[in-house]
Design a protein around this ligand. Sequence first.
Ligand code: COI
Length: 348
Amino acid sequence: MNITTSNKTRLENVDFSNLLFGTVFSDHMFSCSFTNGKWQVPEILPYGPISFNPGLQVLHYGQSVFEGMKAFKNKNNQVLLFRKEENFKRLNKSAVRLSIPEIPEEIFMQGLNKLISLDKDWCKYGPEYSLYIRPFLFASSECIKASSSNEFKFMIITSPTSTYYNQDLNLVVEEKYTRAAKGGVGFAKAAGNYAASFYPTKMANLKGFQQVIWTDSSKHQFIEECGTMNIWFRVGDKLITPSISDTILSGITRDSIITLARDLKIEVQEKEISIIELLNAYNSGNLIEVFGTGTAVAVSPVKSITYRNNLMSFDSSIDSFALALKEKLQNIQRGEESDKYGWTSKVI
Ligand code: COI
């Protein structure tokens, strides 16, 4: 790997008490090109502009996938990565679906470790702090023929972060637009999935909702995800979440929450959930809590769900599964609770 370090850190210009998610970037970035049918020698260089011509394939056809992962500082000033193998596997799963060559494990892991170790001071110790890591792959041929690119770039950038949402989460059930259809790319972290979600989200924002609940593409009757998160419902003392399918992203936080909930002796059920079932549970007083999970948000309580003329409101301030699970997850991520599943790894 070729490494060029920056002459001067930008750390002192950053106000860590006022971080807006995804707007501040650490000193270095990782980059590796796929040309002539193979991944080339990777490099780490100071974070900064990259140059390309307007014919860059990804700008025209969106052949691009990404990951979201996090590193945390423990109290001994060590940086812990959370479930990096899972992100690696999912990135390659997404890559295959978008006809992008898979990244060799060595390139991903060595690049990740070296990058985070160089920028470890950007990862702060403290209850809400983490370093958000964004690995991404994109088509980099200069060619506007509508076919798969021959050249690609794999990059990793990192961004210090605190909380993702600092407002209540009021959701509306989306019955017109669709996030993902069967046989499509919903299970992949394809850039285009997010692009397609912005307009429906903007429409929901105009009506006073922060995010939408995505439903199935054919009848809009079954719940899939909310915003960029997997969604969870507490019905009585049971947690239910939509089962994974080709229209639902297989969240690593989702998977971790299933394990942690079962550890806390909470029954977890993965199944198809209809909106009518949810409404009935709410009307009979059994739908107690709703929350979303994702890397960026960890666990985020939902304040309300609107479905047509029905408003369902939730209070996560008392006896909350969401908050108990969030605490357990974050304690493991920060090395404050024993990591019996071997989810964390130190950056050296
Ligand atoms: C994540 O939780 O990493 C996400 O995918 C959300 C991101 C698009 C900000």
